[in-house]
Design a protein around this ligand. Structure first.
Ligand code: GLP
Length: 259
């Protein structure tokens, strides 16, 4: 894992946005795995700004969202479909036919999950997967106790997740989510977290054991996982000085010539 600790949320969002921008410039037909949540709103704002500055072309890009609520109307403002349109898609030149999000009201849930898996596979797999992290360590909606090898399926949201996402309102209880096995097949993963409320779970995910009790800890097994966090989210890391030194000296290591 590469752990990148930056001063504040704005710098984190900018760093992630410029990596996405770089990915699309390198491969115009990139397949991106997208996440939702407050953290990603910051990332998408910066991505829209850098895309406008650099005339970034999304016309060949395809996107797969991690998850979607189940059992609410497709035009409900709570859907991730609405979130993505508002926070990213309406500001860039992505084609509607290249946007993939699980259905909120599929006729057959198992078939919908399999269809989503097949679509990802048929497009060639995800090049760059973005992840946030829930306060209890979920990635997508893979809540604690999720199988570390699961594929796309239905999960029940925990009370903590429902409170974080809906406040006191009574939001959906179920979601379709890419499984941890699906997520781990992405060629590169960037997990993003900011703020003190994420410090404990970030420490668990990076420095704790790999366990289904903290699904994000599975990233310890991914050879191209980057964790990009701000100083507050990094505040409980025991080896923080080490990660900061490594990042600050990255160029030197890359240029190292050993006879
Ligand atoms: C939601 C999403 C996750 C996201 C998490 C963190 O539950 N399903 O993909 O990572 O929230 O959200 P936030 O950035 O708002 O803390």
């Amino acid at each position: 894992m590469e752990i990148i600790i930056l001063e504040n949320p704005q710098v984190v969002y900018m760093e992630v946005a410029s990596r996405i921008n770089g990915q699309i410039q390198k491969k115009p037909g990139s397949i991106l795995g997208l996440a939702t949540g407050k953290t990603m709103q910051g990332v998408y704002q910066k991505l829209i700004a850098t895309a406008q500055e650099s005339n970034l072309d999304f016309s060949q890009v395809s996107t797969f969202n991690l998850d979607e609520y189940l059992g609410i109307p497709p035009d409900d403002p709570l859907t991730f479909n609405a979130y993505m349109l508002e926070n990213l898609f309406r500001w860039i030149n992505i084609k509607a036919e290249n946007i993939f999000i699980p259905s909120t009201l599929p006729q057959n849930v198992d078939k919908e999950c399999q269809r989503y898996e097949d679509l990802i596979k048929n497009r060639g797999g995800i090049d760059l997967q973005l992840l946030g992290i829930g306060r209890e360590g979920h990635i997508g909606f893979n809540e604690p106790s999720s199988s570390l090898q699961a594929r796309t399926r239905v999960k029940t949201l925990t009370d903590v997740t429902r409170k974080d996402n809906f406040g006191e309102a009574d939001g959906p209880r179920f979601a379709i989510t890419m499984g941890i096995g699906t997520i781990m097949e992405a060629r590169e993963i960037i997990m993003v977290a900011t703020g003190k409320e994420k410090a404990k779970i970030i420490a668990d995910a990076i420095e704790g054991p790999v366990t289904a009790s903290c699904p994000a800890s599975i990233l310890q097994f991914h050879p191209q996982a980057k964790i990009i966090i701000d100083a507050d989210a990094a505040s409980l890391l025991q080896r923080r000085d080490y990660y900061e030194w490594v990042y600050a000296h990255k160029k030197e290591v890359e240029n190292l010539e050993i006879e």
